[in-house]
Write a protein of this length. Structure first.
Ligand SMILES: [Zn+2]
Length: 88
């Protein structure tokens, strides 16, 4: 295990967030994402929100997967809102 602070970029993490939540990443990749989330508050907050959103969506669609493009579009909107305002 190396200790590199910036081996995983925010956008890279967010790009893998769906797979991380769905448990589709390899243990190594999942560990990278988790390590970044532990060190990056904005990503951590977003991951928690996205995780809840995915569960909500899956509950509503009763197991049917929502289109990845739709999920990504919504997440990007959340990102824009999150970067423009700080909530306590
Ligand atoms: Zn980050």
């Amino acid at each position: 295990m190396t200790d590199e602070p910036r081996d995983t970029d925010c956008m890279e993490v967010l790009d893998r967030l769906y797979e991380y939540i769905d448990g589709e990443l390899t243990p190594e990749r999942a560990a990278e994402v988790r390590r970044h989330l532990d060190a990056c508050a904005p990503c951590f907050r977003l991951a928690g929100f996205e995780s809840a959103y995915v569960r909500f969506l899956e509950a509503r669609t009763r197991g049917q997967h929502a289109p990845a493009a739709l999920r990504k579009k919504i997440l990007e909107q959340l990102l824009l809102e999150g970067s423009s305002s700080e909530s306590p």
